[in-house]
Design a protein around this ligand. Structure first.
Ligand SMILES: C[S@@+](CC[C@H](N)C(=O)[O-])C[C@H]1O[C@@H](n2cnc3c(N)ncnc32)[C@H](O)[C@@H]1O
Length: 369
C-alpha cells in the first residue's frame, strides 16, 4: 500500500518550484549542490525554479538587469543564472556556477575602495564616465540646501565610494556646511572638516547631529583658517599617520562672499592671490595625504568684464605645480544658483546680447599623490 502523505507536508514539486531562498547562504548551498551533477538537464531542473523565484520578485515596471530586490539581497542576478541554464554542457554550466559562487563568497578589492571587483556589474550606481549630470540634489538626514554655495551630496558620495574604504580618514579644508562630513558618517568613513566661519561650523555640526551613526565614524568639525592649521600636529592629535582622501571645494574666488573676513579665500584681493592661496594649501596638505591616494578639487569658472576666466584650469595648474598627478577632469552640470534663479530670463537675454554662454557646468579635478 502506498504510504499516505500527511496533509500539511509539502510535495517535492512544491519545494522545487518554490525554493526557500532568502539569503546568500541559501543560494550558495543551492549552487554548490549543482557542482556534483554531471547532467546538464539535472542542473537546469535545479536552477530554473531559483530563477523564477528571483525573477518573480522583480517589479514588472522595471526591466533592468539589477532591479529585483531579491537579486540585490542575494548578490546574484538572474542573467548570470540564465547563462548557467542556457549552457549546452554540464561542464560549461559548472564553470559559470563556480564564477557566480566566487562573486558571492570571495571579495576582490583594490587598496583604495571597497568595491568587490568579482561583482563589478553590481555597482551600476558608481559613475565611471567623466560627464556627471544630476537632475536634483539628494536631501534627507543631514543633507539640505541651507548653506549658499554648498555642493550636492552626490559629489562626495561618488568620490568616497570610488576613492576610500570604510574606516579611512578624509580631510575637507573648505568644509562649509559639512556635506562631505555627513556623507562620511553615512558611509562609515572618518573625517575632519575645517572652515573659517563659525556659522558654517555650527551648521555642519547641526547637520551631523541629524545623521545616523551606523558605523561609529569619528568626525571633527574645526573652526580655523586652513592655511594656519598645523596638519602634522592634526594627524598626531587624531592618532593617525595620514589621510586617505582629501576633498577641496574652495570659494570660486569672489563669486560668493562667505564673510567679511580677509582670510576667507572669497575675499582675497586678486585672482593671483587666490591662486597663490591654493598653491600654499596644496603644499601644506600634500605631505599628510597617503602615497598614491587621491585628492579632488571641485571648482567652477567665472566671468569678469565680459570675459570667461578659466579659474578652474588656473587652479588645476597650481595642484600640478605642487606635485600632484592629474587622473581625471570631470565636468558636472551646475544647477542655477539661488541668486540667478529669479533672473534666469535676464541672463539668457544678456547672453544673447553679449555673445556668451550662461554657466551650466563646473569641474571636479582628480589628482593622485
Ligand atoms: C564653496 S564653500 C564649501 C561648501 C561645502 N562643500 C558644503 O557642501 O557646504 C567654501 C567654504 O570655504 C570656506 N573658507 C574660505 N576660506 C577659508 C579659509 N582660509 N580657511 C577655511 N575655510 C575657508 C568658506 O567659509 C566656505 O564655507
Amino acid at each position: 500500500m502506498p504510504e499516505k502523505k500527511p496533509p500539511d507536508s509539502q510535495s517535492f514539486l512544491d519545494v522545487v518550484n518554490k525554493p526557500f531562498i532568502v539569503s546568500n547562504e541559501d543560494i550558495v548551498r543551492s549552487l554548490s549542490s549543482v557542482l556534483n551533477l554531471d547532467n546538464i538537464e539535472e542542473i537546469r531542473r535545479k536552477l530554473r525554479p531559483i530563477i523564477s523565484t528571483i525573477y518573480g520578485s522583480r517589479n514588472n515596471s522595471n526591466q533592468g538587469p539589477y532591479n529585483s530586490p531579491l537579486e540585490r539581497v542575494l548578490q546574484v542576478n538572474v542573467s548570470d543564472l540564465e547563462q548557467v541554464v542556457n549552457s549546452f554542457t554540464a561542464e560549461r554550466a559548472k564553470h559559470y556556477v563556480k564564477r557566480i559562487l566566487k562573486g558571492i563568497t570571495e571579495q576582490k578589492t583594490s587598496k583604495i575602495n571597497d568595491i568587490n571587483l568579482n561583482r563589478w556589474k553590481d555597482y551600476d550606481y558608481i559613475i565611471t564616465d567623466s560627464l556627471w549630470t544630476f537632475d536634483k540634489r539628494e536631501r534627507g538626514e543631514g543633507h539640505n540646501a541651507k548653506y549658499w554655495g554648498n555642493f550636492i551630496p552626490q559629489i562626495p558620495h561618488q568620490l568616497l565610494l570610488r576613492f576610500t574604504k570604510k574606516g579611512d580618514w578624509v580631510l575637507d579644508p573648505f568644509m562649509g556646511s559639512g556635506t562631505t562630513l555627513v556623507e562620511c558618517k553615512r558611509l562609515g568613513r572618518n573625517s575632519v572638516g575645517i572652515d573659517l566661519e563659525e556659522k558654517a561650523v555650527e551648521l555642519a555640526r547641526e547637520n551631523l547631529k541629524k545623521t545616523e551613526d551606523v558605523y561609529g565614524s569619528e568626525i571633527e568639525a574645526i573652526i580655523s583658517d586652513n592655511l594656519e592649521v598645523n596638519y602634522q600636529r592634526l594627524l598626531e592629535e587624531l592618532g593617525i599617520k595620514s589621510f586617505q582622501f582629501i576633498i577641496l571645494h574652495p570659494p570660486y574666488w569672489d563669486i560668493i562672499k562667505f564673510s567679511e573676513n580677509s582670510k576667507n579665500f572669497s575675499n582675497f584681493p586678486s585672482m593671483e592671490l587666490f591662486l597663490d592661496g591654493l598653491s600654499r594649501l596644496a603644499k601644506l596638505i600634500r605631505p599628510v595625504l597617503e602615497d598614491r591616494r587621491y585628492l579632488a578639487l571641485v571648482i567652477g569658472d567665472k566671468y569678469s568684464d565680459g570675459n570667461w576666466i578659466p579659474l578652474g584650469f588656473y587652479s588645476m595648474q597650481r595642484f600640478l605645480e605642487a606635485g600632484f598627478g592629474l587622473k581625471s577632469i570631470i565636468v558636472k552640470n551646475y544647477d542655477t544658483t539661488r541668486g540667478k534663479k529669479n533672473s534666469s530670463e535676464l541672463w539668457r537675454y544678456r547672453a544673447l546680447v553679449g555673445g556668451f554662454y550662461v554657466f551650466k557646468h563646473e569641474y571636479i579635478f582628480l589628482f593622485q599623490k
